[in-house]
Design a protein around this ligand. Sequence first.
Ligand SMILES: [Zn+2]
Length: 234
Amino acid sequence: MNERILVVGAHPDDVDYIASGTMIKWSLMGKEVYYLVCTDGDKGGTRNDLTTDKLIEMRRSEQRAAAKIVGARDVFFLGKRDGELTPDLELREEIVRIIRKIRPQKVFSFDPANRAFDSFHRYHTDHRAAAIAVFDAVFPAAKNRMYFPHLLEEGLEPHKIDELFFCVTKEPNYWVDISGVIETKIECIKAHKSQFQGEHAGTIENRVRQWCREVGKAKGYAYAEAFRRIAFPY
Ligand SMILES: [Zn+2]
């Protein structure tokens, strides 16, 4: 059976920034990639000609298009409001539901250890909330049948993942060489058209290249993504 991977982002486009290079490679290797997007990103971008509903529709469709480029099997949306994600019991349960449904061996999300507040995007309130909610969903809630017992009635049995990967981390211990797929990663990011206006649109490609080049330096890769990986010991 193919290995299954779940990548959890706070907004449409997060998963493409934080892990799409790795997912493109692994998808080509036959691994099954799934995306879970917690909020609708309904406050993202600078366009003032769109209603909230129209923006939500666009962002979901852009995320599906990017997932298609990656070769992801499916994209799940929790439909939370942008900027209002809270790592509460409700969010934990919704993430547990998807984990038990997909039964991934590997889960990716933001790093809850990121608390330096030295970059605006990295410490976005929704990124912080998603990081904590995913950690708490993976352990112990997803693997313990006493959590959310009504999920058992939905046929969702407990599931223990093997490894958790934290993205955009300060302390990486796992690098993936994405030199061969950097163009495709950029294509995925550019699929989020609603987020690129004016100057931002012209510089995104260079900024992504520069970021992945920096990350690759530690291992001598032209371009890389890096993660902090923790594994269950048994
Ligand atoms: Zn985000």
